[in-house]
Write a protein of this length. Structure first.
Length: 110
């Protein structure tokens, strides 16, 4: 194989593995109960809020609840700080997966 073909194949592979899944990520609306709340600072000194929400999942007819992080950064931090454990988080979010774990990035609090 020539170097050019290898580069083309590598580029197509990168497109399929990285760019296409990011384009497929869509916003969704959640309305889930908050089970934990953490306010912290990132490495740059910016405040963020991590809300853990309970999400019901099912495998082979067995339902169970799992905690999923809903992260508030930037303009959504102040609104997220007003949410308390036990409240429902109603927000528009972008779902993502990192190291096999799902989480949400809060785009707008409702």
């Amino acid at each position: 194989m020539t170097n050019r073909r290898v580069a083309i194949i590598g580029g197509l592979l990168a497109l399929m593995l990285f760019i296409v899944p990011m384009a497929m990520a869509a916003e969704s609306l959640i309305d889930l109960k908050v089970t934990d709340k953490v306010i912290a600072m990132d490495k740059n000194g910016n405040e963020y809020v991590r809300l853990i929400v309970g999400e019901t999942k099912s495998i082979q007819g067995v339902s169970y609840e799992v905690g999923v992080a809903a992260m508030a950064f930037g303009q959504t931090v102040d609104a997220a700080k007003t949410v308390n454990v036990g409240d429902n988080l109603k927000a528009i979010v972008n779902k993502r997966t990192f190291n096999g774990r799902e989480s949400y990035t809060i785009l707008k609090m409702l």
